[in-house]
Ligand binder design. Structure first.
Ligand code: ATP
Length: 641
């Protein structure tokens, strides 16, 4: 066996993930009201909530056959030397006998950590070199695997569980590849959105896909995907990329940013006759795309696979929680466009399976997230990696719906000085197709309010966002107990559980998905009619991304937020700003909470960077009322603010 080869388990051996099953051992108890989960663990060595599925039916049958099942079993006992901290300020000590962030008390052993401490997914965590460990709220469990010697030592020692999960083989019939949901009644209203391109010598927009001069296979794939005309970010973004310019693009959630970068990249690779070759032990992709979460990068990969269908360009995806050996074998079949989460991508580079010398395009999706404190070091490692062309010798493309000013300034380090800034609509603004409602609550009334709400939504797909992984498990368990078919996704779940949870949600088997911020960005799930912010996030951008899981591609959506004045007061001003910029009614009580009893006269919306535009400009577009015309482009450095 090669160093990376390992025995694998396939998806067929995955345990169930949603609404209660019974393979968890059957000894523990779930004490619902106070969040005391007792021995709420599940399977060996993970200490997490996992037997949460009723594969036979829709609702969780908490009283009878599952009594004692599901929420028990043996939790993980970390024995790593490191620690685990997240932005939730929780801390897991590897010595703590399973009492990790979620407060689950595991029994028995399992999940022994290496140096990275808590190591949910084995081969991603705790390697030497970068120190490893869990980094950031609910996201990548990371290691970059530079220290191969210590990797091998870990593996040889059997000092860490090996990730053996191999995702199910993707269906390769055209119906599956090109399945899509319909754009909504407001799709044409995209054309009314103000667009601004700033920077020197901006390019002209295209109005149709025909004008883009795409090759036939790409045109066919676009049409099989149901795309008739480009969205504004595509109209402007595609020619900018064709012109070889670096780009920082901001457009509202669900407005087609993925195709805006994939189509021109694929077109240019095809035009240049790039073709995958399996005759190399080290693959050299021409394009590298990074995104912050596993599910999002998989989705981007599926889009790339769809658009490159029937061509010689081969996309590959790498992300944590999945067998490394499996992913290396996929890479070695040929790789022109590599999609990856940062930790696993750096790992593959460190292992010498991926070379960067041919990289022409580097794409950061959810760029503001990729450059914030959690991922910035990885991004700097990536651009500084051996053979990675300098920024002058590659095209760097950044996309997001939000761009805080400080992040924009830092992003400039990664871009050529003459990059273009594309703003479609209000930078950082919420999608106006999402109707936002706020309900004032107290901490103790939230669960009942949620239940009442879900009774009115019936089987419509609803995402319920909470702040912590423990809360996600707790609320999901509570809903299941109340016979609401529910599943959950968060960073403590194994990858196969995360994938199954999403699949159950997509299929409608579990129409309610309780999620942490791991699902806040980018996920494009058809027919999500509702988003509930059970807990509001601390950050307004996070709120904008969360509610953007509904109301996508011209469809209408609804977002309900529980506002607890004791906890959420700091967010009130930003919320008022988001609501008013999305032309939605601001409840008087929220305004009062934001500005006191004296009303809003003379207020300066949000101390935060919301509403920022191209940071190279000094004032804000919104604050000046905006002078750009729909679909217009400002000339170089036009003072459109
Ligand atoms: N021109 C188009 N015509 C029809 N549908 C489109 C078009 N462009 C994109 N879509 C579809 O719109 C949906 C949203 O696109 P996408 O996921 O790229 O949005 P996004 O802007 O990246 O959102 P987010 O900010 O949440 O990441 C997808 O289902 C995509 O296939």
């Amino acid at each position: 066996m090669d160093e990376w080869e390992e025995e694998e388990t396939t998806a067929t051996s995955a345990t169930a993930t949603s609404c209660a099953s019974s393979d968890g051992g059957g000894r523990g108890s779930w004490k619902g009201d106070r969040g005391d989960f007792g021995r709420y663990g599940g399977s060996r060595g993970r200490g997490g909530f996992r037997n949460f599925s009723n594969t036979d039916g829709d609702s969780w049958n908490g009283d009878a056959d599952n009594k004692g099942d599901g929420f028990s079993g043996r939790g993980g006992r970390g024995r790593g030397r490191g620690g685990f901290s997240s932005s939730n300020q929780d801390r897991f000590s590897g010595e703590a006998d399973g009492a990790h962030e979620n407060g689950f008390r595991g029994r028995g052993r399992g999940g022994r950590g290496g140096r990275g401490g808590f190591r949910q997914d084995g081969d991603q965590g705790g390697r030497g070199g970068f120190g490893g460990g869990y980094r950031g709220k609910d996201e990548e469990f990371f290691s970059a695997g530079e220290d191969k010697a210590s990797d091998r030592k870990d593996e040889a020692d059997g000092d860490k569980p090996r990730v053996t999960y191999v995702p199910p083989t993707l269906p390769d019939d055209e119906d599956s590849i090109f399945s899509h949901y319909e754009s909504g009644i407001n799709f044409d209203k995209y054309d009314d959105i103000l667009v601004d391109v700033s920077g020197t010598n901006p390019t002209s927009a295209i109005m149709t896909f025909e004008e883009a001069g795409l090759c036939e296979s790409l045109r066919n794939n676009i049409s099989k995907s149901g795309y008739v005309k480009p969205t504004p970010v595509q109209k402007h973004g595609i020619p900018i990329i064709f012109a070889g310019r670096d780009l920082m693009a901001c457009a509202q959630t669900g407005s087609g940013k993925t195709a805006a970068f994939l189509l021109p990249i694929l077109q240019q690779l095809m035009a240049d006759g790039v073709a995958a070759s399996r005759f190399s032990e080290k693959q050299e992709p021409e394009a590298v795309i990074v995104a912050p979460t596993r599910e999002l990068i998989c989705q981007i990969y599926l889009e790339a696979r769809k658009f490159s269908h029937g061509t010689c360009v081969r996309p590959v995806v790498v992300y944590g929680g999945v067998s490394t050996g499996h992913q290396i074998r996929e890479i070695l079949k040929g790789c022109n466009l590599l999609c990856g989460t940062p930790g696993r991508l750096l790992d593959m580079i460190g292992r010498g399976k991926v070379g960067l010398s041919k990289v022409r395009y580097l794409v950061l999706d959810e760029a503001d997230r990729m450059l914030d404190m959690g991922f910035e070091p990885d991004m700097r490692r990536l651009v500084g990696a051996y053979e990675m062309p300098s920024k002058d010798n590659r095209q760097t493309l950044m996309f997001s719906a939000t761009y805080p000013e400080d992040i924009q300034r830092m992003a400039a380090d990664f871009l050529k000085t003459d990059y273009l800034f594309l703003a479609v609509g209000i930078v950082g603004g919420a999608c106006s197709d999402v109707e936002q409602t706020f309900i004032q609550v107290t901490k103790f009334s939230k669960r009942e309010q949620l239940l009442d709400l879900l009774k009115t939504t019936g089987k419509e797909r609803t995402m319920v966002f909470v702040e912590t992984k423990r809360q996600a498990d707790f609320i999901a368990a509570f809903l299941c107990q109340e016979k609401v078919p529910t599943t959950s996704i968060h960073g403590d779940r194994e990858q196969r559980e995360r994938e199954l949870a999403l699949a159950d949600f997509r299929s409608g088997k579990c129409p309610v998905l309780v999620a942490t911020s791991v699902a806040a960005r980018g996920l494009d799930i058809p027919d999500v009619q509702h988003v509930v912010n059970f807990d509001l996030p601390k950050d307004i951008d996070e709120y904008v991304h969360r509610i953007g899981r509904t109301g996508r591609c011209g469809n209408l959506g609804r977002a309900v937020a529980f506002f607890d004045p004791q906890v959420d007061g700091d967010l009130a001003r930003s919320l008022v700003t988001v609501l008013s910029k999305a032309q939605q009614e601001v409840p008087a009580w929220l305004e009062e909470s934001a500005f006191g009893t004296h009303g809003t006269s003379g207020f300066n919306p949000s101390k935060k960077t919301f509403g920022a535009t191209d940071s190279r400009k000094m004032t804000s577009f919104q604050d000046q009322g905006g002078v750009s015309q729909p679909g217009s482009q400002s000339a170089a450095d036009d003072d459109w603010e």
